[in-house]
Design a protein around this ligand. Structure first.
Ligand SMILES: NC(=O)c1ccc[n+]([C@@H]2O[C@H](COP(=O)([O-])OP(=O)(O)OC[C@H]3O[C@@H](n4cnc5c(N)ncnc54)[C@H](OP(=O)(O)O)[C@@H]3O)[C@@H](O)[C@H]2O)c1
Length: 239
């Protein structure tokens, strides 16, 4: 019997590294036809070298005409995963430069919505859309108000979009801290200190691996009875 992803066409926006890349790997192993996007051709070529059967495409998810052209080229797709990342927007609110928060929205909120909206006419209604948000949306901790705004805004939209697009399913996975290239802008010492700090705040006592988040994404894609929901795959960081 063919598996549920056999010959299904999946687009992973922001799939050249990290959680998106690992999701591509799991889906390719499950028989899906996987198309991965990102801005850097070099990172996409590295992804292709590691997973030769994926298709890669340079697409900036902040560029709507580029997105429209891309989805014209893919034909109908079964599943869409939005793993696009931002980065800016963390810090104590009283001193948070609001331009940083604006940049944070430009890096994650707008590219995810741009891609989602551009993909809608090209998605089979039997398929799914899965966003990657973040534990900051639910952490209620100092220093995360800006990130909570970005990720919380995405999470708040999910039930409504799911109702609009039914029977197409729309969900999100909300990770805590995950060991991916997202942290590479820090020095090794800064990254180690950040990981130690967040591991101590996480109920599981450790930083997650991208496979654990990808596993939750694949569950949401494959479970035909789940829509309009956010899975907190954060090791308890948000509690
Ligand atoms: N890692 C964590 O600790 C953590 C925690 C909570 C939530 N998350 C969320 O998980 C998701 C995946 O993050 P990750 O850790 O896997 O980060 P990552 O390794 O940096 O991957 C991000 C991917 O998105 C692509 N991307 C970014 N902006 C893009 C744009 N405008 N257009 C097209 N592609 C774009 C990147 O490639 P290019 O740069 O080449 O475009 C890359 O493929 C993000 O939404 C992030 O906020 C991560």
């Amino acid at each position: 019997m063919p598996g549920k992803f056999e010959n299904k066409r999946v687009v992973i926006a922001g799939g050249s590294t990290g959680i998106g890349f690992t999701t591509a790997k799991l889906l390719q192993e499950a028989g899906a036809e996987v198309i991965v996007t990102g801005r850097s051709a070099e990172k996409l070529q590295q992804a292709k070298a590691a997973l030769p059967r994926i298709t890669v495409a340079v697409v900036d998810s902040n560029n709507r005409p580029e997105l429209e052209q891309f989805f014209q080229s893919t034909g109908k797709i079964d599943h869409l995963v939005l793993a696009l990342s931002g980065g800016k927007g963390a810090g104590a609110f009283a001193s948070l430069p609001l331009d940083d928060l604006r940049t944070g929205f430009e890096g994650k909120f707008w590219p995810q919505l741009n891609t989602l909206q551009a993909a809608i006419p090209h998605l089979h209604t039997s398929g799914s859309i899965t966003l990657i948000t973040a534990a900051s949306a639910a952490m209620h901790q100092p220093g995360v108000a800006g990130l909570a705004a970005i990720n919380g805004s995405l999470e708040l939209m999910i039930p409504s979009i799911a109702k609009e697009l039914q029977p197409l399913r729309v969900n999100a996975v909300s990770p805590g801290v995950v060991d991916t290239p997202w942290w590479d802008s820090m020095s090794a010492a800064e990254k180690a200190a950040a990981f130690e700090h967040f591991a101590a705040q996480t109920l599981t006592g450790r930083i997650a691996q991208p496979e654990e988040i990808a596993d939750a994404v694949v569950f949401l894609m494959g479970n035909g009875n789940t829509t309009g929901t956010v899975i907190r795959c954060d090791g308890g960081l948000s509690l």
